[in-house]
Design a protein around this ligand. Structure first.
Ligand code: ATP
Ligand code: MG
Length: 198
């Protein structure tokens, strides 16, 4: 008999930096859809963020690792960073499926991200590679054309990486919005304090 397929969630993003909105959504989808694991997959370069100067990939990757290290359900994949160039989700999912035989992928995305799926590279192929799981996000209405295979209700946390970067720049607190280890990492490496625009 064939082994049952593992069910793996994929949460891609710039993660500049990762915050509790990402983690709470990943955790809730994991529980509700009975996933075996959720992979956090930091993008190398985002097609919609060209010209935007994000923190270097190794920092964003390390912050994801710190955020995932105390939760067995979470793991981090550097597949997009290792491929390099602009990250397209169709490549992310293709490479992950090649690495993870007997796996069904669940691509988790916030309402803001899903409302742009039609502008993505090869959207039809994307839908074949993974089940699309939408999560609501404060301040973002649900997309007009609903591309998600499923919507999962998650605790809505009105936090964004843009807000975290602004807070760091203005000296406002970020603890309790990001994991402690991530706050320490940002402070230790002096990230977001100057220069990086949003
Ligand atoms: P930025 O403000 O720099 O765009 P972000 O907070 O939107 O950062 P991303 O790395 O762009 O974070 O998002 C990665 C994925 O996580 C996207 O699918 C996005 O919709 C989702 N996401 C981000 N923040 C939240 C949140 N607070 N609740 C639910 N989903 C979220
Ligand atoms: Mg975003």
């Amino acid at each position: 008999m064939n082994a049952p397929q593992s069910r793996v969630g994929v949460l891609g993003g710039t993660f500049d930096p990762i915050h509790h909105g990402h983690l709470a959504a990943a955790s809730e989808v994991c529980a509700q859809l009975r996933l075996d694991q959720v992979l956090l997959v930091p993008a190398n370069g985002q097609p919609f963020k060209q010209g935007f100067d994000s923190a270097p990939a190794e920092h964003r990757l390390e912050m994801c690792r710190l955020a995932a290290e105390h939760d067995d359900r979470f793991a981090v994949s550097a597949v997009d960073i290792e491929r390099g160039g602009v990250t397209y989700s169709v490549d992310t999912l293709t490479d992950l499926l090649a690495q993870l035989p007997d796996t069904s992928l669940y691509f988790i995305a916030g309402a803001d991200t899903l409302s742009r799926v039609d502008q993505w590279r090869d959207p039809e192929r994307l839908m074949e590679l993974a089940q699309f799981v939408g999560v609501a996000r404060p301040g973002h209405s649900l997309p007009e054309s609903d591309v998600a295979h499923a919507w999962v209700e998650v605790p809505e946390l009105a936090v964004s990486s843009t807000d975290i970067r602004r807070r760091v720049r203005s000296g406002a607190p970020i603890r309790y919005l990001v994991p402690h280890a991530v706050a320490d990492y940002i402070s230790h490496h002096d990230l977001y304090a100057g220069g990086i625009d949003d």
